[in-house]
Design a protein around this ligand. Structure first.
Ligand code: UDX
Ligand code: ADP
Length: 480
């Protein structure tokens, strides 16, 4: 029986290993983590992450061939294949601060693997890491190996949150990078055999190590670039009276471009896009390619611009002040169908509004008050450290309230900001909401999910990203 151990029971490690266990009954999978609360949650009915379909998969396999444990060393020493899926935060201090990946957690995992191993192992990079990390890890392992043979593979994960289970069942591709030596090729084959239980062979791409590492950064950079491109267009649409949805539709009909990832929004979030692009930028700079670095940096700059533009639009439409005004924030997660708030645009928008002294009332169907308070008190890039998974007691921000109902959040509010495209926000009773709001009642849709004309009919002043403005907004231009 092949034994797999995954270090890191997070958004990537948890669902990926659960699906491997489900699809490969002959493989024993142990997911380990240093965070005891996380492991306890994986072993309970209340999983630590919200992901549609995940509960069922875990229920089917847990205790049979899927185990969650804090006994990291035991499971690593027994495994044939060790996946490493730990945090790779952006450095906040020292060389490369604000750009380079902090490989502290990776390095400590690698040293631990070298320490406890008594048999040959395949070590698989699962978390996105800068190109050539595998080489560094290989060095740590071989210099501490005590004669044990380690083969390093890069097997980046392409699942998106909210659709993780489906993405894992039907991946567009599985990418495995390894050394071009006979031992390297043997290791690639061993991992390929695991995926071949359910993924058609032609979708399993095998490359060298660097190509696999770089492909992951490149894929995320390309996806994010599409969003920044359409968001840049949204600003031009508002200035000229075009409708960004119509433009995206027309552009996406070109089969060379395709329709996906062309939805204008208040900005992209999530744990990957910004971090991976910053990494790419840093790698380009280190390799003497400032023009290439500058090109990719613009993707993040446009994303930041989009969030600032949104806040400016809210404040300027409401007579240039939101001080003391109740603003309802609908949605806080970085996208629908997840409770994940890492790098969510809602953080920057809320901080912007709080900076202008607004009183916020926030509702998200999956995000807790504790998480929101933590996110709004945390510094940039501080979220990606395991310590933030432990319960802490942040200083509560007094001018915000977190409620469990959209009607409660919007009651007596001057304005509503839609930050996440949760389906339930499409079918709210907006007449009832309007009746209970202060007038004029504003609605700022950061996800383009509401029926603008219907809401204008009710009486709302509506702003929807990249859509023709109503007269009110034209008369109150946003300051750049
Ligand atoms: C992304 C990649 O899609 C995935 O392949 C990789 O493994 C991890 O990073 P994820 O961050 O989970 O996945 O979600 P994704 O669906 O890519 O959305 C990222 C952000 O872009 C979200 O904030 C989303 O709302 C936003 N987005 C997406 C848009 O604003 N417009 C779009 O058209 C698509
Ligand atoms: P991702 O989205 O990439 O899965 P997460 O932050 O959700 O990232 O998960 C990473 C997990 O890795 C966390 O649960 C963290 O506690 C765990 N972790 C970090 N370092 C180690 C380590 N040395 N040993 C075991 N687990 C670790």
């Amino acid at each position: 029986m092949v034994k797999i151990c995954c270090i890191g029971a997070g958004y990537v490690g948890g669902p990926t290993m659960a699906v491997i266990a489900l699809k490969c009954p002959s493989v024993e999978v142990a997911v380990v983590d240093i965070s005891a609360p996380r492991i306890n949650a994986w072993n309970s009915d209340q999983l630590p992450i919200y992901e549609p379909g995940l509960d069922e998969v875990v229920k089917q396999c847990r205790g049979k061939n899927l185990f969650f444990s804090v006994d990291v060393e035991k499971h690593v020493s027994e495994a044939d294949i060790v996946f490493v899926s730990v945090n790779t935060p952006t450095k906040t201090q020292g060389l490369g601060a604000g750009k380079a990946a902090d490989l502290t957690y990776w390095e400590s995992a690698a040293r631990m693997i070298a320490d406890v191993s008594k048999s040959d192992k395949i070590v698989v990079e699962k978390s996105t890491v800068p190109v050539k990390t595998a080489e560094a890890i290989e060095k740590i392992l071989t210099h501490n190996s005590k004669g044990i043979n380690f083969q390093i593979l890069s097997n980046p994960e392409f699942l998106a949150e909210g659709t993780a289970i489906n993405d894992l069942y039907n991946p567009d591709r599985v990418l495995i990078g390894g050394r071009e030596t006979p031992e390297g090729q043997k290791a690639i084959k061993a991992l390929k055999d695991v995926y071949a239980h359910w993924v058609p062979e032609e979708r399993i791409i095998c490359t060298n190590l660097w190509s696999a590492e770089l492909s992951k950064l490149a894929a995320n950079a390309f996806l994010a670039q599409r969003i920044s491109s359409v968001n840049a267009m949204s600003a031009l649409c508002e200035a000229t009276g075009a409708d960004v949805t119509q433009v995206s539709h027309a552009v996406g009909k070109d089969t060379r471009i395709g329709p996906k990832f062309l939805n204008a929004s208040v900005g992209f979030g999530g744990s990957c896009f910004q971090k991976d692009i910053l990494n790419l930028v840093y790698i380009c700079e280190c390799n003497g390619l400032p023009e290439v670095a500058h090109y990719w940096k613009q993707v993040i700059k446009v994303n930041d611009y989009q969030k600032t533009r949104f806040v400016n639009r809210v404040v300027s439409s409401m007579f240039n002040t939101v001080s003391g005004k109740k603003v309802a924030i609908l949605g806080f997660a970085f996208k629908k169908d997840t409770g994940d708030t890492r790098e969510t645009p809602a953080i920057d928008v809320c901080k912007g509004l709080l900076g202008d002294k607004a009183k916020l009332s926030i509702y998200d169907p999956q995000v807790t008050e504790e998480q929101i308070q933590k996110d709004l008190s945390m510094k940039k890039f501080d979220w990606d450290h395991p310590t933030h998974l432990q319960p802490t007691s942040p200083t509560a921000i007094k001018s915000l309230q977190v409620v469990w109902d959209a009607y409660e959040a919007t009651k007596d509010a001057h304005a509503i900001c839609i930050m996440t495209e949760w389906d339930e926000f499409k079918s709210l009773d907006y007449q009832r909401i309007y009746d209970n709001m202060q007038k004029p009642a504003f609605l700022f849709d950061g996800r383009n999910i509401v029926d603008v004309e219907k809401l204008r009919g009710i009486g709302f002043i509506v702003y929807s990203i990249g859509k023709p403005l109503d007269q009110w907004l034209k008369d109150m231009p946003a300051v750049a």
